[in-house]
Design a protein around this ligand. Structure first.
Ligand SMILES: *[C@@H]1O[C@H](CO)[C@@H](O)[C@H](O)[C@H]1NC(C)=O
Ligand SMILES: *[C@@H]1O[C@H](CO)[C@@H](O)[C@H](O)[C@H]1NC(C)=O
Ligand SMILES: *[C@@H]1O[C@H](CO)[C@@H](O)[C@H](O)[C@H]1NC(C)=O
Length: 259
């Protein structure tokens, strides 16, 4: 409810001077220019005739039919009453339009919205992704579409795009770690590490037969690991193919350097 204040006196005085031909001016619209008192007609009619007859008899008097002292404002479309009860513009872009059921309906969803006094206008597509007004998960990609946007989880995550949970590739067995490697799950990915005595990047792990002791080199031979295999070569002073190494008898061979 707004308090009614008016220009009864002005109107009445004016009418007196102009010769009582125009009716007493209705009170200033207490609802502002975008609304009307619910009781508007009531009090205006009363006021007009009241003023007219009163002023006809008593110059410059007050209306004998007092208008209501408060009025409930009924706002035009696109306006609503503010805290003081006066009709003000609704910013439909930020507030939506009143549904009449106590909640507001959003307008221009997914599109630009421009508010104007008493109305609004929807413009071009809004890029929610670059505006950051999307609700995609942290580990999702946002794709703008006309009027909306879509979210999809990044590789290594699963979900609807607004919620993206880490995929445990190791326990699902969707990793590509080598047979002789351990798999470690990480958020969004996984890592592979070759077992001890296996060499490689984790996706391929070459066994080091020498360290594993699975070579067949002779006792007096050195073992050298190679990719996919190993090689054996007899120590100095021994002869053979590496899997068998016999002592070289330098004395008989005369290869010694004894005097
Ligand atoms: C998103 O992924 C990163 C690593 O890629 C991780 O640190 C972060 O915790 C993830 N966020 C959520 C909400 O899962
Ligand atoms: C993994 O290690 C085992 C035991 O050393 C071996 O038998 C197997 O061939 C290895 N697998 C590969 C792919 O190297
Ligand atoms: C290896 O060499 C040592 C001496 O260096 C010798 O005692 C041993 O018998 C050799 N082993 C074989 C299998 O020839």
């Amino acid at each position: 409810m707004v308090q009614v204040t008016g220009s009864k006196w002005t109107g009445a005085t004016l009418m007196l001077f102009i010769g009582m031909s125009i009716p007493c001016q209705a009170q200033d619209n207490p609802c502002g220019e975008h609304g009307q008192c619910k009781t508007d007609l009531d009090y205006q009619v009363g006021n007009v005739f009241g003023c007219f007859f009163y002023n006809l008899i008593f110059f410059g008097g007050t209306c004998n039919n007092e208008p209501p002292s408060t009025c409930e404002c009924v706002c035009l479309n696109g306006f609503k009453t503010d805290a003081g009860g006066i009709c003000v513009d609704i910013d439909e872009c930020t507030q939506g339009i009143p549904s009449g059921f106590g909640f507001n309906i959003a307008v221009c969803t997914g599109f630009n919205c421009v508010n104007s006094i008493g109305s609004y206008r929807c413009g071009g597509d809004l890029d929610e992704c670059s505006l950051g007004t999307d609700n995609c998960a942290e580990n999702a990609t946002c794709t703008n579409t006309v009027g909306s946007f879509t979210c999809s989880c990044l590789p290594g995550f699963t979900g609807d795009g607004t919620v993206c949970n880490d995929i445990d590739e190791c326990s699902l067995g969707t990793d590509n770690c080598a047979e002789n490697a351990s798999c470690t799950n990480t958020v969004g990915s996984f890592s592979c590490t070759c077992f001890p005595n296996y060499n490689g990047d984790g996706t391929t792990c070459d066994p080091d037969e020498c360290s594993l002791g699975t070579d067949n080199c002779a006792e007096n031979a050195t073992c050298t690991d190679t990719v996919g295999s190993f090689s054996c070569s007899c120590l100095a002073g021994f002869t053979g193919d590496g899997t068998k190494c016999n002592d070289v008898d330098e004395c008989t061979l005369g290869t010694d350097n004894c005097e």
